[in-house]
Design a protein. Structure first.
Lengths: 404, 379
């Protein structure tokens, strides 16, 4: 009886939180910020050189920041909202319902923050987390190297000990937005003699440090979201290592789980109109109101079945984690499926758009937004671990299949 | 509502699993098949199932049942799926009990529901007529005659049709095939004059029948719900059945998958365990992901049914469509990865493939439900 009572009052509290949250969002989210994200300028990334694309974007960001809701589930002492997992779920659901955009996007929020909360020391948390929450510092991720892609642990960027500092030399690649980033979280080899997973450290440093340079890479989409990043005798204090020296792989793996969860969810957000309606607009419908392309219609409906099922699974993954029943490698399963599904979405969008989706530069096509986005999705199943690597992780760590 | 089982639901699962795996493993189905059992399930076991409260799981407490929800019914169906248990649970305890509970008047409920709960009444829904599940195409005629109706027509894939004590028959009292208006559900005694029942031995060794109705007389008290307005009631009852079958398919898929992964860890070829081959590892991993995603979709649908049966249609369509494609894939990979052994009757894998095929057709296959979703979304 006592237990049932507690549950009831918890449910009541959550419902109160829901109605208050809804009212607050209604009052504070500008109408412009309830439209789907259409281009990269619609996303606010923060950082030293950040500029707001519009006044509503600034207002929305500042109001959410002041509530700690740029990072709703982080502790209040680090600039977060201090929400429980259940409250966070409610907030996300209410934001999704009104189509509210995330007020701030950053690799600090999605990746570094969770890793610092788990592995960082108190000084590192105090130093970095509030600046991420407030959008003051924009981070990039120094993981991949030209010869360390899927086999990430074979990375060769060296950090040599020199008194209280490390001297870093080497090259990273596929560093997202390195040319805009203020700081980098980086994997470096601190013990070249150890086995490949054992000599790696996870270290933080300022991108304005002497010896750091970046060079954007032009992709098939015509965009350059990634860079080559070079380190030439970059001096970094040893106190910037997160966790234990030579145990950086633990931090790296933990962070990758968050990265994979983030990438797998990319298809879910800011979706806008249903695919079937987008297709009907360009292709037209028959006398019964059905899309005038029976095969595409069946591709769309099959996609939507899988999309709805994946959304349920993502929700369940959060609930399982909360209940302490989640398998740590499950994010690999979600990453695999979510990215393959997002690629399917864009194949359908290209087919639905037909000739209109082929224009690359016109104003009419918003400078080829759709074909460029379509090409961008092809990276989803490569970045953060390829689909093949994800399936290998599921096979070995979850299914316990033998070998390698 | 969290998409994980509560402690009570986990306990229910454990007790259902214990009972079913002990008393009705796959070998039990094999025995029923090989002995050409005239009933098609174990009556003794059904009695003990009833005594444990499973038969009346969805029946409200005032009628002697447990008054639990569809998530709980799904938990039991999933365990049934694991051993391919042949039992009246789906037709009687889920579909018929829901039809009576949702559509029945006070007299109909108090007459039938307590007997369902204590295991003494077997009931079933007779819906399909053609090769595919098309509820609105119902054309079995019910013509007004005297103080009632006369039913004429034929039904197929009536689960437990040859042993049922009570049939719930979807009939057309007005309009023509394809229309929503004009459908009516009738409670029909299988012993009534003009009813001809042919037990159809099916590929999966589970119970089904074809039933012919020739001027079968029923009185107005036999109408379940409202005359001509049965489509709404039918929609809800079918969605409940779909959610239950989807759960059975999750259990079936999960079991066939577990057996297949175990086989990959034992079978050696080329001097290696075949589970070391990446070609098989990746296919196994893809199947694992498919099953987990489907499991979540099915839980979502069952929770939606518990919240409001009338608003669960899209979630149920997603669940049944996913369950169909996932189970089909699971059994095909199961047979393929077992190699030649998977083709033998001696191995159980084939039983799973056969049952999956029947579950796929029950209450609409993946194509049907994918189409329903497209229509609901207006394209």
């Amino acid at each position: 009886m006592t237990e049932a009572k507690t549950n009831d009052s918890e449910t009541d509290d959550l419902e109160t939180f829901r109605s208050e949250t809804r009212a607050w969002l209604e009052a504070n989210c500008p109408p412009e910020m309830r439209k789907p994200v259409a281009s990269d300028t619609d996303v606010f990334w923060g950082g030293r050189n950040a500029k707001f694309a519009s006044e509503p974007q600034r207002v929305w960001f500042e109001r959410m920041r002041d509530k700690g809701w740029t990072v709703p589930d982080w502790p209040k002492e680090y600039g977060g909202g201090g929400l429980s997992a259940a409250e966070h779920k409610v907030l996300r659901a209410e934001m999704a319902k009104m189509g509210a955009r995330p007020p701030l996007s950053s690799f600090g929020i999605w990746m570094l923050g969770p890793a610092l909360l788990k592995y960082g020391n108190e000084a590192q948390k105090q130093e970095h987390l509030p600046k991420i929450a407030a959008g003051l510092i924009r981070w990039c991720q120094g993981y991949s190297e030209p010869n360390a892609g899927s086999d990430l642990a074979s990375l060769q960027t060296r950090a040599d000990s020199d008194g209280d500092d490390f001297i870093i030399n080497g090259q990273k690649i596929w560093t997202s937005y390195a040319n805009y980033a203020d700081w980098i979280f980086c994997l470096v080899r601190t013990d070249p003699a150890a086995k490949k997973h054992d000599g790696i450290s996870f270290i933080l440093f300022d991108m304005t440090s002497k010896g750091v340079s970046t060079k954007p890479i032009l992709l098939i989409s015509g965009y350059s979201p990634f860079c080559e990043t070079f380190f030439d005798n970059v001096r970094v204090p040893k106190s910037h290592v997160v966790g234990t020296v030579n145990r950086g792989w633990d931090v790296a793996k933990y962070l990758l789980q968050h990265e994979r969860a983030m990438i797998s969810g990319m298809g879910e957000r800011g979706v806008g109109r249903p695919l079937g309606q987008i297709a009907a607009d360009s292709i037209g419908t028959d006398a019964q109101g059905r899309l005038d392309d029976a095969m595409l219609r069946s591709q769309i409906s099959t996609f939507e079945v899988d999309e709805a099922a994946l959304a349920a699974c993502a929700e369940r993954a959060v609930d399982l984690a909360k209940a302490g029943q989640a398998h740590p490698a499950f994010s690999s399963a979600m990453k695999y499926y979510g990215t393959e599904l997002n690629k399917r979405r864009y194949e359908i969008l290209m087919s639905a758009g037909g000739v209109d989706a082929l224009e690359w530069e016109s104003e009419r096509s918003k400078q080829g937004a759709r074909p460029r986005a379509w090409l961008r999705t092809k990276a989803n199943s490569i970045e953060g671990g390829t689909s093949e690597v994800m399936l290998g992780i599921v096979a070995k760590r979850i299914l316990d299949l033998p070998g390698a | 509502m969290a998409l994980v089982l509560t402690e009570e639901q986990s306990m229910l699962r454990d007790s259902a699993r214990g009972l079913i795996s002990d008393k009705a493993p796959v070998s039990h189905l094999r025995h029923l098949r090989d002995s050409k059992d005239p009933t098609g399930f174990s009556k003794e076991f059904w009695q003990s199932f009833a005594e444990m409260g499973f038969a009346g799981l969805l029946v409200p407490e005032e009628f002697g049942g447990s008054g639990l929800g569809f998530v709980e019914a799904g938990v039991v169906m999933e365990e049934i799926g694991r051993t391919l248990m042949s039992s009246p649970f789906l037709a009687t305890s889920v579909v018929a009990a829901s039809a009576l509970n949702r559509g029945g008047n006070a007299a109909q409920k108090s007459e039938h529901l307590p007997k369902i709960a204590n295991g003494s009444l077997l009931a079933t829904l007779a819906i399909d007529e053609g090769a595919k599940h098309r509820p609105l195409q119902t054309s079995l005629q019910a013509v007004r005659a005297g103080n009632g109706f006369k039913l004429s027509g034929a039904k197929a894939l009536v689960v437990d049709g040859h042993v049922a004590d009570l049939m719930i028959v979807a009939a057309r009292t007005a309009g023509s095939a394809g229309e929503r208006d004009g459908l009516t559900l009738f409670l029909v005694n299988p012993q009534a004059k003009g009813v001809a029942i042919e037990r159809t031995i099916m590929v999966d060794s589970h119970n089904a029948a074809r039933i012919e109705f020739v001027n079968v007389e029923v009185n107005t008290d036999s109408v379940l719900g409202e005359v001509d307005q049965g489509a709404g009631l039918l929609d809800g009852v079918l969605d409940i059945g779909r959610g239950a079958v989807a759960s059975e398919m999750v259990g079936l898929s999960d079991e066939v998958f577990n057996r297949t992964v175990e086989y990959l860890k034992q079978r050696k070829q080329f001097g290696k365990l075949i589970g070391e081959f990446q070609a098989l590892q990746h296919r196994a991993a893809q199947l694992y992901v498919d099953i987990e995603i489907t499991r979540a979709a099915v839980m979502k649908a069952l929770q939606a049914l518990d919240t409001d049966v009338g608003k669960a249609a899209s979630a149920v369509a997603v669940a049944k469509a996913r369950a169909g494609t996932t189970a089909t894939r699971a059994v095909q990979e199961g047979v393929q990865m077992h190699g030649g052994m998977g083709m033998t009757d001696q191995f159980d894998i084939g039983f799973f493939m056969k049952r999956a095929r029947v579950c796929e057709e029950l209450f609409g296959d993946a194509n049907y439900h994918t189409e329903q979703l497209a229509r609901a979304r207006g394209y």
